[in-house]
Design a protein around this ligand. Sequence first.
Ligand code: NHW
Ligand code: EN5
Length: 431
Amino acid sequence: EHKFWKTQPVPQMSSGSGAMLEEGPIDDPKTPADVKQEPGALPSGFEWCSIDIKDEEQCKEVYVLLSENYVEDDEAMFRFNYQKEFLLWALTAPGYVPDWHIGVRVQKTGKLIAFISGIKVEIRVRSKTFDAAEVNFICVHKKLRSKRLAPVLIKEVTRRINLANVWQAIYTAGVVLPTPIGTCRYFHRNLNPPKLVDIGFSPLPRSMTIARLVRQYAVPTHPRIAGFREMTHADVPQVGDLLRKYLERFDVIQTFSKDEDVEHWFLSGQGTNVDGKRAGQVVWAYVVEDPITHLITDLVSFYSLPSTIMKHAKHNNLNAAYLFYYASDVLFSAGGSSDDAATHDVKAKQKLGERLNALVNDVMVIAHTAEFDVLNALTLLDNNMFLQEQKFGPGDGYLNYYLYNWACAPVDGGQRTTTTKQSAEIGIVML
Ligand code: NHW
Ligand code: EN5
């Protein structure tokens, strides 16, 4: 069992001793000089390459590999279809290292048959902040599965990350490996009931009609919060301050310490306007500008990640939006000064719940108007405060969070607290 993972610096089991675990590196400290200078051996006939994701041709090769071989749901009905613009956005964040975008090719033909990537991020786990790699998009061509190529890819990305003097990583997966720090559940808000039922994404409950479903999931035509508008470049400093402050409460976050991080993650890859529609827009970010003070009081965002519908006569694309980061100053704006701390906290949480419901409702209007079929969200951040009220339903997928070379007490992913309006302790959204 776990012939590969048992050799790696990851916790080998959640040995119930939750009591006073010293959080930090698992391996003894090393320096880049200790790292092998040469990549590990591939099976004969294959060769390593670095992918220049900014090169259109290479970006397309990764796109094609993933669109045909990346993650599917448990019944192989849907497969993620990350767009080229998305991959470019995801892999060129501030501080990215081109050498961490790794491919494997067939020597004779040059065909790309595997990929893995890392980007550099600063993360905070409870009280400790450190540089880490965010590892994503590991993919092996379907015809080459179960040949132990994945461990070779993981060891190579680890080597290249270590050469840059980075010794920790964060990653997520639908599968359970040694050992999740926390687990989130996927929830889905139906925006297009006829299509979701038609393609088998959403069940049609017995004694339910399509017409009733359409009414049940109706979405308003316009945002309702005064001052709700698309985020612009001028908003970056205020959004950065707001987001950093909002994320302070969570146990595992990306720090977004520089404004260029905020700029990249919320404003780059806006796409181009084609016939009044956004072609290739990846991230959609909105703010609330107070009509009186003109200060930014809230942020809400989502990203576009379609899936291919694998065996359907009429539809071959599921247009899905994924809730990304949001923040609100209602938690910080002073109120009831005569209240004791506990009362203040209860009232603040209640106000936050109301505000998040309004924000998510407005961003749902945007997604619906832009013809997304579904809005997906995980149980992390404060999502449990609005999932039920906004008519999200539980999906059959889970997302496990992992740290590499970092011992860490379990973190609440919120998946068992959905009816209690609790917040999760996970505050990082991965793509
Ligand atoms: S999760 C999405 C992963 N990708 C897919 O599911 C795409 C479709 N599947 C495939 O392409 C997001 C293949 O099935 C893959 C496995 C490539 C998944 N993570 O080659 P073998 C990410 O990208 C272990 C980690 O024979 P295969 C996160 C498995 O447990 N390990 O399998 C990526 C077994 O090890 P064990 C995974 O099916 C994080 C071994 O691989 C895994 O042909 C990467 C079997 O290998 C997964 N998703 O290929 C880790 N799936 O010990 C980063 C399977 O159990 C760690 N395995 O025997 C940090 C590194 C950086 C550190 C820096 C300090
Ligand atoms: C990390 N960067 O399983 C990438 N998706 O629930 C790795 N289910 O779409 C992530 N199976 O429940 C890997 N409909 C983990 C995700 C893998 C993909 C995946 C799940 C997430 C999903 C759908 C379709 C299921 C089709 C059959 C689902 C039910 C929706 C329904 C709406 C109405 C209210 C009840 C729920």
